[in-house]
Design a protein around this ligand. Sequence first.
Ligand code: GLY
Length: 373
Amino acid sequence: MVEVIVGGGIVGLSVAWRLARAGRPVTVVDPDPAGGASHAAAGMLAPVSEVTYTEEPLLRLGLASLRRWPAFAAELAADAGLPEGAGGVDLRAEGTLDVAFGADDLAALDELAAFMDKLGLPVERLTGRECRRLEPMLAPSVRGGLLASGDAWVDPRRVTAALLTALERRAVPIVRTRVTELLREDGAAGRVVGVRLEGGAELAATTVVLAAGAWSAGLAGVPVRPVKGQILRLRSPQPLLTRCVRGSVHGSSVYLVPRGDGELVVGATQEELGFDTRVTAGGLYELLRDARELVPGVTELELADVVAGLRPGTPDNVPIVGPAGDGLVLATGHHRGGVLLAPLTAALVAGEAGGEEGGPAALCSPARFGEIA
Ligand code: GLY
């Protein structure tokens, strides 16, 4: 019998790959592997510049997973038969520059800098002129910034493509259909023994790993909800930026992530609209309006792709990873951090990390939400 991974996004595929590398028999089930939120994501590995007041546990998880990314990317590239680094999954580590547009944004950035100082995070405060020296395409109106040089980013589409190749090379079956139900031994709270597939067929499992992102709540009682993000990709003959730029324009947040091939990803809205994945004129307008204030040259670029994905949000914004009763392991609820947290999540599920007291396993434990059935 196999371990069944429900969900073929970056988290589910990473878990499957780590288990397969450890010699465990796995099968992945997903109607659209590498689609969904992983296809939409920009790929920021930015625990420092994305830090939020009251979310220190998430920061600790993010920093722990960021440390795993270089080895994860190198091993994945080798397993998938790709060149390492830029030619592989486009892992880049030039940092994030967080910039302020208006006086209100600068005041908020000052407060954030003080908070980061208190946490001992390595950030550098820059004037507007210093920001433009680093990124000459920034608007003259940018008033100041914070450089988080430890932050990185990756191309999630390349990562999931590499994961699918690596799984194929290890002969891991990918079943392209939907799971409609978890099968349990004796009624609702019994041991999970497999999954029912769309059409009625059953797949028996020693363990089911639920990594179905925003769709997880439909299969088990996990407190996960969809948080819509609209995001767009622009194409430029030359890269416009050398590092990730995020910024606040009168309180409205936007980020710009450059790829080696000239693509510039601009994201992302945060909307609580259930399972709505429509791309809207208003969403794209707001992203482009704010991106143009920070980097006026974006309006010259070709619009290559627009997409909306659903982040799996949790009540505390921390993922839910770990055993949840007999035969069921959760790997879901990664909200804004699925790409960043994929290596750590995979290591936790594979039993390669996180057992220490107060460590990642404890921070992500499903137990914080009581019994999950
Ligand atoms: N981590 C970026 C986002 O969720 O938009």
